[in-house]
Design a protein around this ligand. Structure first.
Ligand code: CA2
Length: 169
């Protein structure tokens, strides 16, 4: 069975405990349940993780790239939290690992402070889901699944789409 990795960055363990006006009332455990349901509907095993540490996220992205190249993983949904706006290390890890990533934000970062408008992840992401609340997680899994299926059909020559010109792996 193929799997999908869901990676959550700093402070997302606090989801549902504070700032419900921005991030909603659901906890990270609730988000994991949403992801497991969405993954099961697509026949995917869900590996759901959170870390407050940049280097741990880098390690996980590198491991995920290797698993994707081995055909075990379709890619990752990444909510890098505030590291989105600061981390060249996460950018380099995604690029270096050749990992298919859908960047996700619960809030609409573009309607918030200026410092949240720039993302180091977007340039190396296959797609972006922003501002749908925690319901964005199942949307991101569905989008990632579709992109992986398109890439597989393009690489076997059986697809008729335009995916071959996409700048991601
Ligand atoms: O909207 C998102 O998903 C963010 O990635 C969340 C990050 C923020 O730094 C990004 O700009 C946008 C913050 C995650 C912290 O989440 C908390 C949840 C509840 C209470 C405190 C923090």
């Amino acid at each position: 069975m193929s799997s999908v990795l869901i990676l959550n960055g700093p402070n997302l363990n606090l989801l549902g405990t504070r700032e419900p006006g921005v991030y909603g009332a659901r906890t990270l455990g609730d988000v994991e349940a949403l992801c497991r349901e969405a993954g099961a509907a697509l026949g995917l095993e869900v590996d759901f993780r959170q870390s407050n540490h940049e280097g741990v996220l880098v390690d996980w992205l590198q491991e995920a790239g290797a698993a994707q190249q081995a055909g075990q993983l379709i890619g990752a949904v990444l909510n890098a939290g505030a590291y989105t706006h600061t981390s060249i290390a996460l950018h380099d890890a995604i690029k270096g690992a050749g990992l298919r990533v859908v960047e996700l934000h619960i809030s609409n970062v573009h309607a918030r402070e200026q410092f949240r408008h720039h993302s180091y992840i977007s340039a190396v992401a296959a797609g972006i889901v922003v501002g749908f609340g925690v319901e964005g997680y199942p949307l991101a899994i569905q989008g990632l699944h579709r992109l992986a299926a398109e890439a597989a059909s393009t690489s076997t020559g059986s697809g008729s789409g335009t995916g071959g010109s996409q700048p991601w792996p």
